[in-house]
Design a protein around this ligand. Structure first.
Ligand SMILES: [Zn+2]
Length: 293
């Protein structure tokens, strides 16, 4: 398993989130996981990854190749996306039992038995039951809009992101005991099994830079519109690429507004502190050939 852990940490084929999930899976903390492997000039990484999985007797299923795009520039009032390469999805399982449960999960989805499927997914990926039940209840958007104001709902999601950076489910609350326990257990597993990755992941980086306000993340009709969850795009590359980040604001901003902000990156989230509006890109939009972001 050490050879796989080493490969995962140094390979460019996995983004941070996939690396985290792979490390947790390989350390035995997660019974199953789903990750993405990206290929542009590094085709040998796919072969090496699959050889190492087989060598370690890990059951896996790989998807067909799909194209992936990245923002390559901001031109006038558009974010321009270009095809960068292909990616493959991998489902990995601890043993035959979890692989069988996963196949059952796919069947349930095809039969549109979503609640039963979600409960089974909780078992497959090791999510707490309280969070799964909340997740199922919150599928009902009308109920969600009744229970929370817009600000309350997104605040909960953002607070959970910051409080539990090692888990990948949606916690039922910021004080969920099971999630807290899992987050700590995962953090310790990563620290022990992949100390280099841990150091990089936990490192705080602060930048002051212009950001473009894009669309709001949902179209739920909240009873109280007291907050807006915006997608922001860095106007220039940050740490080598254009980044998308989500930002909860009390105030309303027009799409295309340029803001001057301080961004602190740590784990898988960004804390954004806005100083002032500095511009406006009229009719801001995305130029991409494939899916919408
Ligand atoms: Zn919970």
């Amino acid at each position: 398993m050490e050879n796989l852990l080493k490969f995962v940490q140094k390979s460019d084929a996995f983004d941070t989130n996939s690396k985290l999930k792979l490390i947790l899976f390989l350390s035995g903390a997660k019974p199953s996981t789903y990750i993405q492997l990206r290929i542009d000039k590094n085709l040998h990484d796919k072969h090496e990854f699959e050889d190492l999985l087989k060598e370690n007797n890990i059951l896996f299923e790989a998807s067909k190749p799909k194209g992936y795009e990245e923002i390559t520039g901001i031109k006038a009032n558009a974010a321009v996306w270009k095809l960068k390469g292909t990616w493959y999805g991998y489902d990995l399982f601890k043993n035959k039992e979890f692989n069988a449960k996963f196949l059952e999960y796919i069947t349930l989805l095809k039969q549109k038995k979503h609640d039963t499927a979600d409960r089974l997914a909780g078992v497959i990926y090791g999510y707490p039951q309280c969070c799964i039940e909340t997740f199922i209840r919150e599928h009902n958007k009308a109920q969600l809009a009744k229970k929370y104001s817009a600000y309350q709902y997104y605040k909960r999601l953002h607070d959970c992101d910051q409080k539990f950076p090692f888990i990948s489910h949606t916690p039922c609350s910021t004080v969920c005991k099971q999630t807290k326990k899992l987050n700590l257990q995962y953090a310790n597993a990563v620290k022990r099994k992949a100390p280099e990755f841990y150091k990089k992941y936990a490192k705080k980086r602060t930048y002051r830079l212009p950001l473009i306000v894009d669309v709001e993340s949902s179209d739920i009709k909240w009873k109280k519109e007291d907050g807006h969850d915006y997608m922001l795009i860095t106007k220039n590359p940050l740490e080598g690429r254009y980044c998308l980040m989500s930002w909860l604001s009390r105030g309303k901003y027009k799409r295309g507004t340029v803001i001057d902000a301080t961004v602190t990156l740590q784990y898988d989230y960004a804390i954004i502190n806005v100083h002032k509006k500095t511009g406006y890109l009229k009719n801001f939009h995305h130029e991409r050939r494939f899916a919408k972001p």
